[in-house]
Design a protein around this ligand. Structure first.
Ligand code: NDP
Length: 330
């Protein structure tokens, strides 16, 4: 039986690098697909899981990592065949299903999406949950009616993070004017290089305002921060605009008034990537292949070995990681 390395949460303390065999992989009990995992990625939620800061894993031992990409080895699901390049994000990977910090896994076929032409497993993980979420936000705004000729720019908060970086690159490619909000001045040049037309300090949005309606600045917004930042984004969005809310980097509360909704017809669009249905995921991956410039993706991502996952988990929680980190499981 072949050994392979994995990052495993045991329920006490931080997750550890362990050596596993196929006998350690649970039987999914439904259309099992064995995947040679070549790459995973690092997300904020992975930081919480690997450090043990929040109870992400529901049972132990649990292979951590909410994302994975690789090649199908064997499949009892007729939708997949050996050699298919696949990606899985969310769906409880690293929570109640084995996650992506492993060289090999066995998962139910329903969590896998076939990669579109133009995106290989490494780039799929440069995108990962964060990039998929960014595209889900863009799709939600488009479905609401947003077009590049709308008056005002599209605000992206938490711009130097993974979701923010991918959102900027996609919106810019689609022809939108993009205002990036970031608390890290050292990232401003890179945000402009990704396509931001304007960069503002996040303090401009994070202070509470006593005005439930403020000057109309944004055609739309993608918010990864929540709390007062989301409240201010809503209060500054133009008539009939929309805000796609996906994150809580600044807090899970929402100290807002209903006035933007009932006087400006502003829409608040909730975005979840974890339980997102497969057809929506397929649409998002195919749009990422079409609308995310791969040179921009390469510029915002770095590749790290699996042995560095424990250190990187601490760093992402401390806000010290910019862009996307791909984990090479080999
Ligand atoms: P990152 O850690 O890569 O980026 C988060 C960014 O938020 C940071 O880079 C920083 O941006 C900003 N930020 C951090 N702390 C604060 C603060 N206290 N106040 C204001 N801004 C802050 O995370 P991701 O991009 O991967 O994820 C962003 C958010 O979206 C997270 O809350 C995550 O949990 C959530 N998320 C939700 C998903 C869903 O399905 N709904 C899926 C994926 C992520 P800067 O330095 O530019 O200021």
């Amino acid at each position: 039986m072949t050994d392979f390395p994995a990052v495993v949460a045991t329920g006490t303390g931080p997750a550890q690098l362990r050596t596993l065999t196929d006998a350690d992989l649970p039987d999914p009990g439904e259309s099992a697909v064995t995947v040679a995992v070549t790459h995973s990625s690092l997300n904020y939620k992975d930081g919480l899981a690997v450090t043990g800061t929040a109870p992400i894993a529901r049972s132990f031992p649990m292979i951590c990592g909410i994302d994975l990409a690789g090649t199908v080895e064997t499949s009892t699901d007729p939708a997949f065949a050996p050699g298919d390049e696949v990606v899985a994000t969310g769906w409880g990977l690293g929570e109640h299903l084995p996650g992506g910090y492993t060289r090999r896994t066995r998962v139910p076929g329903r969590v896998l999406t076939r990669l579109p032409d133009g995106i290989d497993p490494q780039r799929a993980m440069a995108i990962g949950t964060a990039g998929l979420t960014a595209m889900l936000c863009v799709l939600a705004l488009e479905d609401h009616g947003l077009t590049p000729d709308a008056e005002g720019s599209v605000l992206v908060t938490g711009a130097a993070g993974g979701v923010g970086n991918v959102a900027i690159a996609v919106l810019s490619r689609l022809g939108y004017a993009v205002t990036a909000s970031s608390g890290r001045p050292e990232t401003h040049d890179q945000l402009r290089a990704l396509g931001a037309t304007d960069v503002i300090d996040r303090a401009e949005l994070s202070e509470p305002s006593d005005k439930p309606l403020q000057g109309q600045r944004w055609a739309a917004a993608i918010d990864t921060v929540g709390s007062t930042t989301l409240a201010n984004a809503l209060a500054q969005t133009r008539y009939r605009g929309a805000v796609a809310a996906c994150g809580l980097a600044g807090g899970a509360d929402l100290p807002a008034s209903v006035l933007p909704f009932i006087l400006r017809n502003v829409a608040l669009l909730g975005i979840d990537s974890v339980q997102c249905p497969t057809p929506v995921r397929e649409r998002a991956w195919s749009r990422l292949a079409a609308d995310l410039p791969m040179d921009a993706l390469d510029s915002l991502s770095t590749v790290e070995p699996m042995s560095r996952v424990p250190d990187l988990a601490e760093q992402i929680l401390a806000g010290q990681v910019a862009g996307r980190v791909v984990i090479d499981t080999g």
